[in-house]
Design a protein. Structure first.
Length: 85
């Protein structure tokens, strides 16, 4: 069975519908949040599979957080910090 490139991308990079109020900032935040969650799930899977140590996984997630792939317009997120417990 042949699968199109679009089908493969939908499988590898799923996106969920947005149900909030439709503003450009909210849509951007939602897209960035989904991208962040997807990348964290890949890092977690690599850690679970033994391909990354706990320290490596933490460092990669922290790096993603520091890159602020989040929508920078959110005051809550711009003040949030990623603290190690």
């Amino acid at each position: 069975m042949m699968h199109s490139q679009h089908d493969k991308e939908q499988f590898l990079y799923p996106r969920s519908r947005y149900y909030g109020s439709y503003t450009a900032e909210n849509l951007l935040f939602n897209a960035n949040l989904q991208e962040f969650a997807h990348k964290v799930s890949i890092i977690s899977a690599l850690h679970t599979g033994g391909k990354l140590s706990s320290e490596q996984a933490y460092d990669q997630i922290e790096k993603l957080w520091q890159q602020r792939i989040w929508a920078s317009g959110s005051a809550l997120l711009s003040q949030a910090s990623f603290a190690r417990y």
